[in-house]
Design a protein around this ligand. Structure first.
Ligand SMILES: *Cc1c(COP(=O)(O)O)cnc(C)c1O
Length: 505
């Protein structure tokens, strides 16, 4: 009953069929569908199961209609959710079917760890990072996981370095704990210096015992996404402080980049070397900007310049790489720090096989011990589409974002945020995959997100900017198509404005 080959074959065919079905017309299911799905949820554990057929029927007929179109519809623009390319989606089903556990490097027993290492190396190539320079690399559950790794590695490194300056050898937070390690290294204060950091970075500071309050703002006055370098220097040189500089490479609300070119990154690198600080880049979706080459994208290209000078980088797989949840990646240039932080001590049963290819067991360089083979969808998608395919996907997404921004600027009813320029071309050139905006009519602005969502047609998320409600398109789906999607978006926004004006009269 559990392994009836017929039903398993039908199940596999069904999964494959889902990927060839056309995407749903609406970003959201109807409210009734969501309510029905919720009411259908099993309320009591059955002693005798319903069987595979009935269980699947329950899921397909009652539960799935209550899902949103976050990955399956190109009209879902909330939260940088990302889609799943066909290659990645199908590979993800192989991952489930074969259920490999990628914890220990056992090269004679499974190719899984080699595949993971190759996928990460190909990913480095995609991002124009020399794989040799980034020996500590691993897949995580997402950018939040990667930020935790980045702050953990940074914390270990800056304290060890401060101890070395005092001729104290072998001071490791991983070994001694944070209190003793700080004591021996003479550090009184740990700080994370950043501009508009993602909430998950502040969460990482809390988890890792640095405290959410250790995150300090170093933004330029009036241009909150950019770094005020003289101010950064001042905080770095504070006596008794050890610092991690966290660079928001494409800030989540506006999509804007914290730095503006190689020179600025070189200056920040120099300062960090001088004061023993670690540079962590949160490039969850921004790091993909490194694929761009055309002068149409020079503002984004500049924002990605010099990120290779960082110590560690966060990237998300389930955003612009368009692989299924949950997949993030983490890259660091410091292999020795990885073992000091993540080593499983005294676990003889987890010993690695003969190490001829210099691959570290994933369980000794990241958070989890047992791990899903998240690498396979990434490997499959990079194999299927290559760097040109990914550049094309990204360019289509930027084009759609810029199309939306242009419509909003021209409409007269909306304004694009932040308002850093009156020049339309300059604003459009700064747009990556996020369009932050508001309605000029204050009363409409308060209801804007709700009214757009109520159409169920497209989905946007709400946020706040300068203390006012704001609305946000986040384009992160490989299916983005300006010709097909833009007219739908324009119609929804026009309809919302027309209905509002009619109601006011
Ligand atoms: C989305 C995002 C995160 C968190 O990523 P998850 O994949 O949700 O864990 C972190 N930083 C930035 C800049 C993001 O956009």
């Amino acid at each position: 009953m559990y392994s009836d080959p017929d039903s398993i074959a039908r199940l596999s065919a069904g999964i494959a069929a889902i990927h060839t079905e056309p995407p749903p017309d609406n970003a959201l299911p109807s409210e009734d569908a969501v309510t029905h799905a919720r009411d259908s949820l099993l309320q009591k554990l059955p002693a005798k199961g319903l069987g595979l057929e009935k269980a699947i029927e329950h899921l397909q007929k009652e539960i799935v209609p209550g899902f949103n179109g976050s990955s399956r519809s190109s009209l879902y623009y909330g939260f940088v959710t990302g889609g799943a390319t066909p290659a990645a989606a199908l590979a993800d089903n192989l991952v489930t079917a074969w259920d490999q556990n990628v914890g220990v490097h056992l090269p004679n027993e499974s190719v899984a760890t080699n595949l993971e290492d190759r996928a990460l190396s190909l990913l480095c190539e995609l991002l124009k990072l020399d794989p040799e320079q980034w020996p500590h690399r691993t897949f995580t559950t997402g950018a939040t996981g990667s930020n935790v790794l980045g702050i953990a590695c940074g914390r270990e490194h800056v304290i060890t370095e401060a101890a070395v300056v005092r001729n104290e050898e072998s001071v490791s937070v991983g070994e001694l704990g944070i209190v003793e390690a700080m004591h021996r290294s003479g550090i009184q204060k740990l700080q994370i210096l950043s501009t508009v950091p993602h909430s998950s970075l502040v969460k990482a500071a809390g988890i890792l015992g640095m405290g959410r309050a250790s995150v300090k703002d170093v933004s330029l006055e009036g241009i909150s996404h950019r770094i005020d370098v003289p101010r950064l220097k001042k905080l770095l040189e504070a006596p008794g402080a050890a610092s991690i500089v966290a660079i928001s490479a494409s800030e989540v609300n506006s999509g804007l980049f914290a730095t503006s070119g190689l020179e600025e990154m070189q200056e920040i690198r120099k300062l960090c070397d001088m004061y023993g600080a670690w540079i962590h880049v949160d490039g969850a979706f921004g790091i993909m900007g490194r694929l761009l080459t055309s002068p149409d994208y020079s503002a984004i290209i500049k924002g990605c310049e010099g990120l290779e000078l960082a110590d560690s980088i966060t990237g998300d797989g389930h955003k612009l790489l368009n692989v299924p949840y949950d997949c993030g990646f983490f890259l660091s240039r410091h292999r020795e720090v990885a073992s000091r932080v993540f080593q499983n001590p005294n676990a003889a049963y987890l010993a690695t096989g003969p190490d001829t290819d210099n691959i570290m067991s994933p369980l000794n360089i990241g958070l989890e011990n047992s791990r899903r083979l998240r690498a396979l969808p990434v490997y499959a998608s990079l194999t299927a589409y290559g760097s040109d395919g990914y550049r094309d996907m990204l360019e289509r997404q930027i084009l759609l974002s810029r199309g939306i921004a242009e419509f909003l600027i021209d409409s007269g009813d909306f304004e694009v945020l932040p308002k850093f320029s009156e020049d339309k071309k300059e604003i459009l050139d700064s747009i990556y995959v996020i369009v932050l905006f508001r309605a000029k009519d204050e009363a409409l602005n308060k209801e804007l997100v709700g009214r757009i969502k109520a159409t169920r047609k497209i989905y946007v998320s709400g946020t706040a900017w300068d203390g006012e409600p704001a609305c946000r398109f986040a384009i992160s789906n490989w299916m983005a198509d300006v010709k097909k999607d833009l007219p739908v978006i324009e119609k929804v926004l026009n309809d919302v404005v027309v209905a509002w004006k009619a109601q006011k009269q």
